[in-house]
Design a protein around this ligand. Structure first.
Ligand code: R5P
Length: 290
């Protein structure tokens, strides 16, 4: 029986005070379910509205590429500075401590390596994403690639269907085929296609005119870093992207292949969350560098 001893009547009903209106800090999510919003809020900072996602999923295509030879040594020390960890299920399970409470964006498609046809991928089972307690799933989409466009858009749609059943957002990862022109027109198309098909986050590449890519995409856009650049150039890339409206970065090689990855991710954070200018951020990098 319930404890009925000393039950006190409520007295503070706030009569005359309107119920607090809730606004959500992530673009395009107002109409979403609480669970999906809560997952997005674990990724995107409430103050800046942005995220530093650390991408280390490259091995599923590339194997032990430079900077990812030993996840325990190369990536685990960076996790405390990331807002979200993007990796594959094999690496998350084997190499990221389960006590790490950073949200995970799970690479959720698979099926090809750099040795074969790129993007000929299919989805992993969403039940495994749930078992891994992920905050989001990520799926590659190859817009404009004759052989893979339809199957990768179908993958995205299927992932969104599965994700929506459990309020797990899906990030559409725009893969750029070798024949595509990497301009704002193409990235706006690819990003919009991801959003139209239900992606809650879009990951794409920075280009001139990026403000148009962001403006016509109704959900947050984060940029991939791409191939390793000198640190100052990578910080300039981050700065330009967020100034054009990007909701942050999902960056890999420019962090884990840096001469000092721990210093680099902190400099990237300063640019993304504090709008730190590149000249100051490179100074921060140099100060933090061991
Ligand atoms: C590409 O499919 C992978 O998902 C990477 O996560 C992505 O390219 C971001 O990494 P990076 O900054 O090294 O380009």
């Amino acid at each position: 029986m319930a404890d009925v001893d000393d039950i006190r009547d409520g007295r503070n009903f706030g009569i005359g005070v309107d119920i607090a209106k809730q606004t959500f800090h992530v673009k395009g999510m107002e109409g979403s379910d609480w669970g999906l919003k809560n997952r997005m809020a674990r990724i995107f900072d409430r103050n800046s509205g942005r995220a530093v996602m650390l991408a280390f999923d490259h091995g599923f295509l590339m194997g032990p590429t430079s900077g990812l030879e030993r996840i325990d040594l190369n990536i685990v020390p960076l996790t405390e500075y990331a807002d979200c960890l993007m990796g594959t299920r094999g690496i998350i399970r084997s190499s990221i401590p389960a006590a790490c409470t950073k949200p995970v964006c799970l690479r959720s498609d698979t099926g090809t390596t750099i040795l074969t046809q790129m993007n000929d991928n299919l989805l992993i089972c969403e039940e495994d994403a749930i078992r891994l307690n992920v905050a989001a799933m990520a799926v590659m989409v190859a817009v404009g690639e004759k052989e893979n466009e339809a199957s990768t858009i179908a993958n995205l749609s299927q992932a969104v269907d599965a994700g929506m059943r459990y309020s797990i957002p899906v990030m559409g990862v725009t893969a750029v085929g070798k024949d595509m022109v990497r301009d704002a027109r193409y990235f706006a198309l690819a990003s919009r296609v991801c959003a139209e098909n239900g992606a809650s986050i879009v990951k794409t590449y920075f280009t001139e005119g990026f403000e148009k890519v962001v403006a016509c995409c109704p959900v947050p856009v984060v940029i991939a870093g791409g191939k390793k650049l000198p640190e100052l150039e990578a910080l300039e890339l981050c700065y330009q992207a967020v100034q054009c409206g990007a909701a942050g970065v999902d960056m890999g090689r420019n962090v884990f292949q840096s001469e000092d990855p721990v210093a680099m991710i902190q400099a990237v954070r300063a640019v993304v969350h504090e709008n730190m200018k590149p000249a100051q951020a490179i100074q921060l990098f140099n100060d933090l560098k061991k």
